[in-house]
Design a protein around this ligand. Structure first.
Ligand code: TYM
Length: 329
């Protein structure tokens, strides 16, 4: 039987943080046994916010190195930079013509990002979800493993695919989201009402995978809690609930087991132990990441073969799309 296809991506901006890891990449490494897996570093998407050219390139390699360090073996997974495969941008243009302005105006990420970048609300920020739909549909993707914040973009991807299929026949597989039960929305440590994000104002809100162990422990000690000193999960306790989710993701314990582990703990002890568990879980990956970042030739060889494989897989879909709509091929 033909294996189904998995596609996911991460922006080439800033640093990889534990939200990216626990909500998304953590769930990717074991999938290659059962699926054809493609993981892209989406550098074109990153351009929707003004980037420093050197930092952008460095971030793109850094995301690739984390992919590999976190267990995505390039022999079993196709890893590449989005800008190395022009079919992404080509399909995005076509899908732009099948996506309504009204749909894009409803995207919460667009609203959030335009509020944060008032002086640069560019057209790319607006059509960002169409490029994402193209990323996914280009490979006849069945499953898209992402964090909860991408749910709305995936709904749009499905709508665009179904709209196109309704006119031209079954050209695209209609993808399903694959969102973890725990860890799908890691919240900020200082503001547990908002998701942990690279673009936040305060670096203490966010744990980066490349943070030194001491810095990680300090950030956890500063995490915002509440005043009743009892460790359990509840919507009224967003800070504690977030720390419990992080602990349960990195230790593999269920949420109930995690609550039980802290039955006799006050918040001080709880926060220290969550920090220690994260440091311990990250230790093997950090060394591998450092090794990979020092080997640019190897990363370039991964990129070259990844882009060639992705381009070959994308080509038949692009031909089908062009034939369907009447572009000469
Ligand atoms: P990006 O780069 O913002 O995030 C990459 C992945 O990390 C997840 N994530 C989180 N999960 C849990 N808690 C958080 N605080 C958290 N922050 C981020 C995201 O859900 C995502 O899975 N638009 C995408 C990139 C993209 C993409 C695609 C993804 C472009 N094309 C095609 C899948 C398929 C984005 O901005 O992710």
């Amino acid at each position: 039987m033909m294996k189904k296809t998995i596609f996911s991506g991460m922006q080439a901006t800033g640093n990889f943080h534990i939200g990216n890891w626990l909500g998304a990449a953590r769930n990717w490494a074991h999938l290659s046994a059962d699926y054809n897996c493609l993981y892209c570093v989406v550098d074109l998407h990153a351009l929707t916010v003004r980037q420093d050219p050197k930092a952008l390139s460095q971030s793109a390699y850094s995301v690739l190195a984390w992919y590999i360090a976190l267990g995505l073996n390039p022999e079993d997974n196709i890893l590449y930079f989005q800008s190395h495969v022009p079919a992404h941008a080509e399909l995005a243009w076509i899908l732009n013509c099948f996506t309504y302005v009204g749909e894009l105006s409803r995207m919460t990420q667009f609203k959030d990002k335009s509020a944060k970048n008032e002086d640069n609300i560019n057209a790319g920020l607006y059509t960002y979800p169409v490029l994402m739909a193209a990323d996914i549909l280009l490979f006849q993707t069945h499953l898209v493993p992402v964090g909860d914040d991408q749910r709305q973009h995936l709904e749009l991807t499905r709508d665009v695919a179904q709209r196109f299929n309704a006119i031209y026949g079954d050209v695209f597989v209609v993808p399903e989201p694959y969102i973890p039960k725990v860890g799908a929305r890691i919240m900020g440590l200082l503001n547990p009402e908002g998701k942990m994000s690279k673009s936040g104002d305060n670096p203490n809100d966010c744990i980066f995978l490349s943070d030194e162990p001491d810095a990680i422990l300090k950030k956890f000690k500063r995490a915002v809690t509440d005043s009743d000193n009892a460790v359990f999960a509840s919507p009224e306790k967003p800070g504690i609930t977030n720390l419990l989710s992080i602990y349960s993701c990195v230790t593999g314990k269920t949420l109930d087991e995690s609550v039980a582990a802290f039955a006799a703990s006050g918040y001080g002890d709880f926060k220290t132990r969550v920090g220690e568990a994260v440091v311990e879980a990250l230790a093997p990956y950090r060394a591998e990441y450092d090794r990979l970042m020092a080997d640019r030739a190897y990363l370039d060889s991964v990129l070259q073969s990844g882009a060639a494989k992705a381009q070959a897989l994308a080509a038949p879909t692009l031909v089908r799309v062009k034939e369907a709509i009447g572009l000469p091929v």
